[in-house]
Design a protein. Structure first.
Length: 162
């Protein structure tokens, strides 16, 4: 008897590969965001305000959520982000909450990316590059956060007088 299971196995593998290539697999980042929103309902409200660029609303929701759950690094990250993106950001508060997110979760990719962007916002290229190096170490293969901060650093450098 020949091994009929080998062709069947090959067809299954090729079918699965085709389904993944056609978009059959969910986006891992989207799944992570949905998991976080389900874990803490406040995150969904904050993300909705951020999506509308309603920075005052995002800040208020995030501030209240951090007060209720100060041990959640995602809330500190979102709070710092909403402050940083709003009008006249209080950068001391921004840095305090990004650093708290990283104290709670030293491998928080989003907090590292956004902290690097905050450093660029205040003109500290060296600190931004430190965050980029940290992301390079944390991301086994290049991750979205590394790519975004790398682009932000390159854009910042391109705007500097020579």
């Amino acid at each position: 008897m020949k091994f009929p299971s080998i062709p069947v196995f090959a067809v299954c593998i090729l079918s699965a590969t085709g389904a993944l290539a056609a978009g059959g697999a969910p986006d891992p980042f989207q799944l992570e965001q949905e998991r976080k929103a389900n874990q803490d309902p406040a995150i969904g409200g904050i993300q909705a305000a951020v999506a509308k660029a309603d920075w005052p609303q995002a800040q208020e929701l995030a501030r209240a959520a951090v007060a209720k759950n100060p041990s959640n690094p995602d809330l500190h990250n979102l709070y710092a982000y909403s402050i940083r993106m709003g009008a006249s950001p209080e950068m001391e508060l921004v840095f305090r909450h990004y650093n708290e997110a990283l104290r709670l979760d030293p491998k928080h990719l989003g907090a590292h990316e956004y902290l690097g962007e905050a450093y660029l916002q205040v003109g500290n290229l060296d600190k931004a590059k430190d965050e980029l190096r940290t992301l390079d170490k944390l991301c086994f293969f290049s991750c979205k956060e590394f790519s975004m901060l790398k682009k932000a650093v390159a854009d910042y450098e391109a705007r500097q007088p020579k």
